[in-house]
Design a protein around this ligand. Structure first.
Ligand SMILES: [Zn+2]
Ligand SMILES: [Zn+2]
Length: 383
């Protein structure tokens, strides 16, 4: 097959949209992608799967006169959301939806890959179809199982996320951080329970938790550079069992967000200090666990990103928009902490937000995204 047309890309996107799968369970998606890729000109392609991460796909396109290897990543997983778009091609998998637009991401990646399968690039290219972005840290899993060793290691890595707030087809980016880093926090206070009538014999963890939660509010207001910013949200609190028994334990769960890894570690340290101080003042035990399931911030490489933005700004057929950082997380931050690169937005002009049950990306963004990326990669190979 030749290069995928806009009609092909929209058909593919709708097919993927109808069959969404959750993180690490993208088996049908994996098969569908392999079938589509098998139709491309195979002359310069090598296709690889990872036995330990069976839904991942890596494709290497051998360059004609390579000076470097350029990586491009798309995520492939969906979310536990019940679709409410009412579209003819809505999800057929109950309770699961491509509500983050990863179906659009895959269609764009296939479009770019089909172009370079037909038009051999000068540099080598690595395409990474990544499972488990929404949870389970698919990027990190792949990296840790040596997916990017030797010939398969990109010198630089690119990836996009769709953005309903930007007009369809527009490219958004910024120097510095595109997505905040996140840390998940669990705090457990343990004291001594007792009868509600005899507080002098007990050690009340409801009061300790209340003091901790209040004091945590001073971290962002008093310890964080206001220009840089940060977020601490404690979204869950469980303590005690019944109204007339003093609580022996309190369990708190929350999330921290910051624009740099340095800031996140600073907030992490302050949370540990405050928890230890509260435990001491209440004569309680405390355990603080941080960062299971957290994401590193997506920190764009300065030189590569300046080059990327420059191309997008100078190309008159591309609408480029400089964006603010997003306080949501993205697991591409892990790969960008290992391999320099740039993450950017592709506008899909929609009123619904990402993760919404009514997300309906404007499909004209797909071809526009393919054109912008193939154009950029071709330009990159000459510079
Ligand atoms: Zn998402
Ligand atoms: Zn996403």
């Amino acid at each position: 097959m030749a290069v995928l047309t806009e009609t092909d890309l929209i058909t593919i996107r709708r097919e993927l949209h109808q069959h969404p799968e959750l993180a690490l369970h993208e088996t049908e998606t994996h098969e569908r992608l392999l079938t589509i890729i098998a139709d491309f000109n195979q002359t310069h392609l090598q296709v690889r799967t990872l036995p330990e991460l069976p839904t991942a796909i890596l494709i290497r396109v051998t360059g004609s006169a390579p000076q470097r290897t350029i990586g491009y990543r798309t995520d492939i997983d969906a979310l536990p959301v019940t679709e409410a778009t009412g579209l003819a091609y809505a999800s057929q998998n109950p309770g699961i939806m491509h509500a983050c637009g990863h179906d659009v991401h895959m269609a764009v990646a296939l479009g770019v890959l089909s172009y370079f399968a037909e038009h051999q690039p000068q540099d080598n290219l690595i395409f990474f179809f990544q499972p488990a972005e929404e949870s389970e840290n698919g990027g990190k899993l792949a990296y840790e199982m040596n997916a990017f060793e030797a010939d398969w290691r990109p010198d630089e890595f690119y990836g996009l996320h769709d953005n309903p707030d930007l007009p369809a087809g527009a490219i958004g980016c910024r120097m510095g951080t595109l997505f905040a880093g996140t840390t998940e926090v669990n705090v457990d206070f343990t004291g001594k329970g007792g009868h509600a009538a005899y507080p002098q014999d007990a050690n009340d963890m409801v009061v300790a938790a209340a003091a901790f939660i209040s004091q945590i509010q001073t971290i962002v207001s008093r310890n964080v550079d206001p220009i840089e910013g940060g977020v601490i949200t404690l979204g869950k609190l469980e303590a005690g069992t019944i109204r007339n028994v003093i609580a022996e334990t309190a369990h708190i769960e929350g999330t921290i967000r910051g624009l740099t890894q340095t800031m996140i570690e600073h907030i992490d340290d302050r949370i540990r200090d405050v928890a230890a101080g509260i435990a001491r003042s209440f004569n309680a035990e405390v355990t603080v666990s941080l960062n299971q399931g957290g994401y590193l911030p997506v920190e764009n490489d300065p030189a590569l990103t300046a080059n990327f933005i420059n191309y997008m700004k100078e190309n008159e057929s591309i609408e480029f928009i400089e964006t603010a950082p997003a306080m949501t997380g993205e697991d591409f931050g892990y790969l960008l902490s290992k391999i320099p690169g740039t993450m950017f937005w592709l506008g899909v002009g929609d009123d619904a937000q990402l993760h919404s049950a009514t997300l309906t990306p404007d499909e004209s963004a797909i071809q526009a995204g393919v054109d912008a990326i193939t154009g950029f990669m071709t330009y990159r190979m000459l510079h």
